[in-house]
Design a protein around this ligand. Structure first.
Ligand SMILES: C=C(C[SeH])C(=O)N1CCC[C@H]1C(=O)O
Ligand SMILES: [Zn+2]
Length: 601
């Protein structure tokens, strides 16, 4: 028998849940309207709703903190009150709260509307990041064109946001201190509920770094063979603009000039997707069918009616892919300017992984409608892609030639793991340094006088890359990345790229697709497609939302209570051996010497 006091508190929570759910729905609708159609009118409406919601939550918070929730016996009651007891950015007074919202909205608008002039045709000045600049970085092998796009994008995005970003940092920190956090970095890190979380991440990076160094050395050699050793030196960092991606965060687009066994069948299915007339809807229907094959949920009809799955004509919108929960248990959407290429096939699975989580925890109270930690939310869709991207699965869905031998073929396996490494191993240092930089900015260890030169110091230290041209503190290269100007934390992706291999290993064992003692069932060949046992286990974890600390959710799915890199290292072990041997045989130096490019304060 819970004492009356706790019964009364439970009733109050039910009221809070109902009221805050209404505000969450209203806020999401206003945010969606602005993100999918950037106009002054939609911004004003979004800011008005945000101000009303902040006013309500501040008033309600004064009531909530009167409840002696730390004394309650019921752990779930304590946990829900604990989450309601953090007011958030609404703690700012109204005009500062609106200013903070406006700064992030304006930076997102500048980023999303930014256009540059074409390299070959300087009078054509309507090139957007998506799809035009992404496509040039995917396909161009002209280093001068790549340099032009790299430099011009940064002029039109990051550089224009530097002043606003400084103000955003100050207001975010002020809000954090009003919530009794030392700074916004600590406020963001509360979501991991682990006081030593940053040490955990540092240890994971130490475990994976040797493999990254081997991959970096091999890629540098292949780029040197393509572009010559003046541009790509034997022992220096790799020039950032040659890696197939605007931020050098994944390198899958240079597969064709670096694949280990070029005479083996390519594992890039983009040409097949275009040849077979793939459409965005077909890509998302494919993703949906993968989830339903696991006995997980299909998308509701409203998803297909209200999502934006390709870039609309005649209006400006935020193209950066996103998944949306409208917190009414029914309305879930994706907004993606989908390109019919392989990387966007996996992005479609990534975004639908978010929606699957929304659907699985939709019966939970609002405060639990989150990932067990933010990294869990980013991992769900990628776990599906680890199965979908296998040559076996791609053959099953007709995107790869039905070449029976490829399965066991060693060289085909190395080609496949190499492509996976260009996405998963390569990404880790980038994800890590992005928030290392940002945490130090919020903590005041990096000030605006050296935003850019500290960014490039970290880019060289962790990724072993250098800018194509000298940089200065007029530039603001971190701001050329969406998450920096949109105030989206990034360490969640580092966490995701480690734990998704732990999840994959656990689900593959459940599906009978992987056996650590059976070399005939290696982890990288596992495809959990149609395994209801795996799906039911995943669903069980997803339904928890953030109702328990994330080690509990991790334990439900994997039997472990901590993050560990052995899933990733086991998956890539054949590639690790191959890279070490190949680098040794080619006499390639591992690591890099300091860059000769300068960053002028
Ligand atoms: C696809 C999304 C939306 Se949550 C994204 O931002 N991702 C997915 C992987 C890394 C990160 C990025 O693009 O930088
Ligand atoms: Zn995501």
């Amino acid at each position: 028998q819970i004492p009356d006091e706790e019964a009364r508190a439970r009733e109050y929570l039910d009221y809070l849940d109902e009221e805050f759910s209404k505000w969450a729905t209203k806020s999401s609708l206003a945010e969606w309207a602005y993100a999918s159609n950037i106009t002054e009118e939609n911004l004003a409406k979004k800011l008005a709703v945000s101000a009303e919601a902040a006013k309500f939550s501040k008033q309600q918070w004064l009531e909530t903190i009167k409840y002696p929730w730390t004394t309650y016996k019921d752990p779930d009651l304590r946990r829900q009150f604990q989450k309601h007891s953090v007011l958030g950015y609404a703690a700012l007074d109204a005009d500062k709260h609106e200013k903070l919202e406006q700064l992030v909205s304006d930076m997102s608008s500048i980023y999303s509307k930014a256009k540059i002039c074409d390299y070959k045709n300087p009078n054509k000045c309507d090139l957007s990041l998506e799809p035009e600049l992404v496509e040039i970085l995917r396909t161009s092998r002209d280093p001068d064109e790549l340099k032009h796009v790299w430099v011009e994008w940064r002029k039109m995005s990051g550089e224009k946001c530097r002043g606003m970003f400084e103000h955003y940092v100050a207001l975010s920190n002020e809000a954090a201190t009003l919530n009794n956090f030392t700074d916004n970095a600590e406020y963001w890190l509360k979501d991991y509920e682990s006081p030593d979380f940053r040490d955990q991440v540092a240890r994971l990076w130490d475990q994976v770094r040797p493999l990254y160094l081997q991959l970096h050395a091999y890629v540098r050699r292949k780029l040197r063979e393509t572009y010559g050793e003046k541009l790509v030196t034997a022992r220096g960092p790799i020039p950032a603009h040659l890696l197939g991606n605007m931020w050098s965060q994944t390198w899958n687009n240079i597969l064709d000039i670096s694949t280990p066994y070029p005479d083996k069948e390519a594992v890039d299915v983009t040409p097949q997707m275009k040849k077979q007339g793939y459409t965005p809807v077909k890509m998302f229907r494919l993703a949906e069918e993968f989830f339903t094959s696991l006995n997980l949920s299909a998308m509701p009809q409203s998803f297909w009616e209200r999502s934006i799955l390709q870039k609309p004509e005649g209006r400006e919108l935020i193209c950066h892919a996103s998944a949306w929960d409208f917190y009414d248990g029914k309305d879930f959407r994706i907004k993606q300017c989908t390109r019919t290429d392989m990387s966007h096939l996996f992005t479609a699975h990534h975004e639908m992984g978010h929606v699957q989580y929304f659907i699985q925890y939709r019966e939970r109270p609002l405060v639990y409608k989150e990932g067990a930690n933010p990294g869990f939310h980013e991992a769900v869709g990628d776990v599906m892609s680890l199965s979908v991207s296998t040559p076996k699965h791609l053959r099953e869905i007709g995107l790869l030639e039905d070449d029976a031998s490829a399965g066991e073929d060693y060289e085909a396996t190395i080609n496949y793991l190499y492509l996976q490494g260009l996405q998963k191993i390569v990404f880790l240092p980038y994800a890590y340094l992005t928030d290392l930089w940002r945490w130090d900015v919020f903590k005041g260890k990096i000030t605006s006088e050296n935003y850019n030169c500290e960014w490039w110091r970290l880019r060289e230290k962790y990724q072993g890359i250098e800018p194509p041209v000298d940089r200065t503190e007029e530039d603001f290269d971190p701001g050329a990345k969406y998450h920096i100007i949109a105030s989206v934390p990034y360490i969640r992706y580092f966490v995701s790229f480690v734990i998704q291999f732990q999840f994959h290993r656990a689900l593959c064992e459940k599906a009978g697709q992987f056996d650590p003692n059976d070399p005939k069932k290696p982890l990288h060949e596992c495809d959990i497609y149609r395994s209801t046992e795996a799906g039911n286990l995943l669903g069980k974890m997803l339904q928890m939302g953030s109702s328990r600390p994330w080690p509990d959710a991790m334990e439900v799915l994997t039997g472990q209570r901590d993050m560990d890199a052995t899933g990733l290292l086991d998956y890539f072990s054949p590639l690790a051996d191959w890279l070490e041997r190949d680098n040794r045989e080619s006499g390639e130096d591992i690591g890099w010497e300091p860059t000769e490019k300068r960053c002028v304060q």
